[in-house]
Each structure stands twice: as structure tokens, then as C-alpha cells.
Design a protein around this ligand. Sequence first.
Ligand code: ATP
Length: 232
Amino acid sequence: MLVVSEVSAGYEDFRALFDVSLSVREGETVAIVGANGAGKSTLLRAVMGQVRLHAGSVHFCGVDISEMKTYDRVKLGISLVPEGRKIFPSLTVRENLFIGSFGKRPGPWSIERVVSIFPMLDRLLNRSAAKLSGGEQQAIAIGRALLSNPRLVLLDEVSLGLAPVVVKQLYNALPAISNQGTTAIVVEQDIHQALAVSDRVYCLLEGKVSLSGEASRVSTSEITTAYFGAAV
Ligand code: ATP
């Protein structure tokens, strides 16, 4: 479904990714792990068209999307849950969710279906999104991404700043998302959380892929070395 080939990308003169290659098959959940600044968010932005590629290519469902605008990638079926949630604080929960349906593809997701996987949102739909807890805002961000009916959803650090019990609640929704046929890339700093929900894992270290493999087969020591570097 997604093929990232030898991608280098960054910000103005600064290079954050070096020759990164990655592939995701339809129906898989793939985790990308790595320390602060390893390049995980930049990789998602490269897939989403939010940073320019210096080199390499990104193909989605056989289409070269390397130069495609972000909104056209959404129409093709890619959707991002950005790091930090990026909720619109002046809007209600329902309005925040509704925004995700602009330019949507045909598909199963509706506000009702989002509420069915995140029941905590049910009584909040008409409330201002600004006043909600971090977990509730994260549920909105995931729901908003789903409302475009993506084939591939990119989740950037869902667990950031949230209590473990809330993280568990949010990740419990992942099977319901996969069951709708949605493929997922999950970016996480928390290795255990990432491995628990994914079929395969890539580790980034200083902008390069330092490990890739099946989540059930990589050992703790392999992934620790890949995460922190050979010095560990
Ligand atoms: P974190 O887990 O802390 O979010 P990350 O693995 O997602 O880290 P990125 O956010 O992709 O890492 O950052 C990779 C590198 O790019 C870092 O050195 C970071 O400082 C730099 N960087 C990220 N965003 C920008 C930006 N908008 N402008 C300039 N440099 C940036």
C-alpha cells in the first residue's frame, strides 16, 4: 500500500531523514519508534506531503505521490493524527470532528461511529473542545482523521502526555479501526506500547532506519540498541 524509497527530507538546510525506506502492506499496523528527534514525525510529514523530499519517492497504492499536495493525498486515502492533536479550540467537539469530513472519500466512518469507539465523546459533542482533557482531545484528533475515511491512518504519538490508563483506552480502539479495513502507522516513543499493537516495527535513529522486523520477533536488546545507538 505504501512504499517509501530512499527518502531524504528536512527543514530548509537541515536534513532530518537520510535514505529512509519503509513499506506498509494493506491491513497491517506498523510501528515507528525512536528517541526524541529521531525523525519519526518528519517521516509522517513526508508521507503526508508536509515536508519536501530532498531525494527519494513515496508511492501510495501504486501512485507516485512524492510531489502531490497534502489535500490530494487525503482524497487518495491518507490521513494524519498530528503530534500535539492540533484541535481547534474555538469549535465544539462535533465541529472539530466534522472538519475531518471535508473532501472525504466514501466509507464507513461517521460521527456516530467515532462515538461508538470513543464513548467518552458522546456527552461532549456540543461542548467547546478547548476545555477537554488531553485524552478526550486525542480521541477527537483520531476521530477527525477517521472521518475522511482513510485507507491509511498515520498516528503520531497518541500517548504523548497522557496517563497510562487513558493511553490504554485510546489504543483499545485500534482493533475497531483495523476491522474497518484501515491500515495504520503508529509513531511512538513508548516501545512496549508500539510493539503491543503492531505487526511490524521500524526503529529510527538520527534520521536513519536502525532496525526493522516483525514486532513479535524483535528482542528487547535488539530494539534498545537500535533505539539508543550502538553505545548502549
Ligand atoms: P519527537 O519524538 O521529539 O517528536 P521525532 O522523532 O518525531 O521526535 P522530528 O520531530 O521528526 O523527530 O524531528 C527530527 C529533527 O528535525 C529534529 O532534529 C528536530 O529538531 C528537527 N525538526 C523538526 N521539526 C522541525 C521544523 N519545523 N523546523 C526545523 N527543524 C525541525
